[in-house]
Each structure stands twice: as C-alpha cells, then as structure tokens.
Design a binder for this molecule. Structure first.
Ligand SMILES: Cc1cc2nc3c(=O)[nH]c(=O)nc-3n(C[C@H](O)[C@H](O)[C@H](O)COP(=O)(O)OP(=O)(O)OC[C@H]3O[C@@H](n4cnc5c(N)ncnc54)[C@H](O)[C@@H]3O)c2cc1C
Length: 383
C-alpha cells in the first residue's frame, strides 16, 4: 500500500492549483454577482488537458486515473466548486456516458471536440416527477419516419443553456419500465425545445435550466447506446460524477479550513489572536480531523474504481459524508470569520451557498445511505 502521490499527481495538483488561483479567483466575484458561467475557461482547461482528464486518450482525453482527477477537482473547488462544475462538468457527466456507450463513430464525432473544448454537452435525466427515482421518468421518445419524436420535461440540467448537444434519457414504452429507456443526443438548436433559467441558492457560476420538449425531432442515428440500456448508460456517468462531486466537496472544506487558518492568526480580540483561544482551536482541529479520513475514503473508492473493482459502498460513504462536511465547514468557517465571513471579501459565502447543492446532485445523502444499507444488508429499501 503506497500513500504517496506520484510525480505526475504532484504536477497535476500544482497545475490545477495555479489555474484556480490565476484564472478562477480573479473573476470569481464578478461572475458570481452576474450569475454567469465563465465558458472561456473551458477552452483554457482543454488546452491544459484538464477538460477530458479521465476520458480515453484515443478520443482526445488525457486518460488519467480517477484518483488524479480527484486531486485536480479538489484544487479547483477550493476556489469554486460551482465554477469547476460549470466549465468542466459536461466532460464528467456527458463525456463519461459517451465514452462508455457511444459507437466509435459517435465518439470520434463528439468526444474529440468535447475534449478540445469546442463542443459543450449537458445530460438531462431528472424530471418534475422523477428525481431520486430515475426509473419513473415520463419523457417519451417514439420512433416515427426515421426520427425519434421527443416529448416531455427535464429539470435542473447543468449547462443545459450553453450546451450544443443535450443527452436526454427518455422512455420508448412505459410498459417496459427501465428496459424501454433510451439516451438520445439532441441538437440544442432543434425546433421544439424551450429553455427556462433556474435560480438556485448557489451554483451561480454554473448554468442550470429546465427543458421542455414538444414534438422535438431527433435523427434515429442519434441514439446513444442501445434501446433498453438508457438508464444503464446514465448510471455510468452518475457514478463517475460522484468522484468529482465528492472531491469538490472536500475542496470546499479545505478552502474553508485554509481561510480559517490564516484569519485566526491575523484577527485579534481581547488583546490576542483569536487562534489562541481554545474554543477556536477546537473548531479548526475538528475540521482538519474530519476532512482527513474522508479524503482517504475518496482516494480508496477512486482507486477501486480505477481497478474496475466494486466501489459503490465506498464511494457512497465518501459522497454522503464529504458533502455534509462541506455544508457544516462552510457555516463554521463563516462563524470564525465573524461578520467579515458573511461578506464577499472571503470565499466562504459562496462555499456556503454551493455546499448544500453537493448534498443533492449525484444522489442525495439519503439515497447514498440507502445504497450503503442495501449493500450491507442485502435488502433494497428504495422499492
Ligand atoms: C446543482 C445541481 C445540478 C444538477 N444537475 C443535473 C443535471 O445536470 N442533470 C439532471 O438530470 N439533474 C441534475 N440535477 C438534479 C438532481 O440529480 C436531483 O435534484 C436529485 O437527483 C434529487 O432529485 P429531486 O431534486 O427531485 O429530489 P427528490 O428525489 O424529490 O427528493 C426529495 C427529498 O426526499 C428524499 N427521498 C427521496 N426518496 C427517498 C427515499 N426512498 N427514502 C428516503 N428519502 C428519500 C431525498 O433524499 C430528498 O431529501 C441537479 C441538481 C442540482 C442541485
């Protein structure tokens, strides 16, 4: 068992750290205030090989292992997890699905420009009546005259308003249940699609939209994977996204801790630095003690995934606890910074808004507890 990073991993950590400091930090407040996604960063990340970091080299990716990707995402998310999501998230979710189930021809056509930062994608699975329970989607796809006819609604689609292509999970025949589901690649400029901006509590530098499809025609060739395997394909993407979301949650916590470590030595009250008070040290010590084992838990899960071994329980444990820790750490860090922590002078206020989102996407904390329970006990409490 080797606990040290390789030379390449150390180099990637530095690269991501410098990118976050030099490219993300200077524009963060402006984009947060304007609720805009800095799409120009996507191309810059692509040029550094960080966009398709985990995607296969033969289709333009960097072919990195998941542990290296976790290291990169933690660094970017120390500044802003949401900005990482807005600029790289499509490569994680849509890129993984395309890489896992598309044909070679489709991979060449779509994955290569994705990795070069030339085409954006978004994946739409969730609907008004189908959130955690993806098996109950209603968006329908009917083959008609060489085209799929798409009708229905999709909610909370990250990057949906910026995407060139939408990867949509749809139902061909409700009677078949999950065996009737398909993934369709929809040109976002097609007729029959309407977009509605969604304003969340956080996530201000990643675009989120609701989509409505009304007799939207999708060429039959744009089927991604096989009929009846749509949900399976979507789960490929969601499983991989969990590694990145968890690393992002750890990044937010580490960002909060770093800010506290600096502030408590500078801020003086009652004639001394507040870091000299035992109650303040307890908060810092606990935050550091809580993040360390979760980081190793994520690395363990990522390593299992890299080896192609079962990793569901291990990754769910990391995702659930790291996202909850980010929520707690952001609130505690703000408290340690007093009223100054509530201002946009520090990164804490956007971490506070963003952290809660990390407990929901990629499966809510409750879903992860149920998945751990199912694996340990052997009974599925979700049905
Ligand atoms: C920032 C962000 C980005 C997102 N991006 C995308 C995207 O790109 N594409 C996409 O398709 N979706 C996206 N989503 C949607 C996300 O996947 C869903 O919000 C998530 O799956 C939960 O679904 P829901 O919001 O409908 O909540 P629900 O499933 O309605 O859950 C509501 C509450 O009930 C609990 N609950 C549900 N069932 C059970 C149960 N059996 N036992 C115990 N508790 C239960 C949940 O844990 C939760 O607390 C995004 C969401 C966010 C916040």
């Amino acid at each position: 068992m080797d606990f040290s990073f390789s030379e390449e991993q150390l180099m990637l950590r530095d690269l991501a750290r410098k990118f976050a400091e030099n490219e993300m930090r200077p524009i963060l407040q402006e984009y947060e205030k304007e609720r805009r996604t800095p799409v120009h960063l996507t191309k810059k990340l692509a040029d550094l090989g960080l966009l398709g970091a985990h995607l296969p080299k033969e289709y333009g990716g960097s072919g990195l292992d998941y542990l290296s990707c976790a290291i990169i995402w933690e660094e970017l998310s120390k500044i802003s997890w949401t900005m990482a999501l807005g600029t790289l998230g499509h490569a994680v979710l849509s890129g993984t699905i395309l890489s896992a189930v598309a044909t070679d021809e489709q991979k060449k056509k779509y994955l290569e420009p994705l990795c070069r930062g030339e085409l954006m994608f978004a994946t739409a699975t969730v609907e008004p009546n189908a959130g955690s329970d993806a098996t109950s989607i209603e968006c329908s796809a009917k083959l008609n005259d060489g085209c799929w006819l798409l009708n229905g609604t999709k909610n909370f689609v990250t990057g949906g308003g910026l995407a060139d292509y939408l990867l949509v999970l749809a139902q061909t025949d409700k009677k078949l249940g999950t065996k009737g589901m398909v993934l369709l690649l929809v040109d976002s400029k097609s007729d029959g699609i309407s977009f509605e901006d969604v304003r969340l509590v956080g996530g201000r530098t990643s675009d989120i939209v609701n989509l409505a499809f009304s007799d939207c025609k999708v060429p039959a060739d744009n089927l991604i994977g096989k009929v009846g395997r749509g949900l399976h394909g979507a789960f490929h993407g969601i499983d991989t996204a969990r590694v990145f979301i968890t690393a992002g949650a750890l990044g937010m916590t580490q960002g909060c801790l770093d800010s506290c470590l600096k502030y408590v030595t500078e801020r003086e009250q009652f004639g001394k630095a507040i870091g000299g008070f035992q109650l303040v040290q307890e908060v810092i010590a606990r935050m550091a003690a809580e993040i360390a084992p979760l980081r190793w838990q994520l690395y363990y899960a990522a390593d299992l995934k890299d080896q192609g071994k079962p990793h569901g329980k291990e990754l769910s444990t990391a995702k659930w606890l790291a996202s909850e820790l980010a929520v707690k750490s952001a609130a505690e860090a703000i408290r340690l910074h007093g009223a100054y922590g509530c201002t946009d002078e520090y990164d804490l206020e956007h971490h506070h808004r963003d952290a809660v989102l990390s407990t929901i996407l990629g499966g809510t904390s409750e879903m992860h507890k149920l998945m751990i329970g199912r694996e340990l006990i052997g009974i599925n409490a979700m049905t």
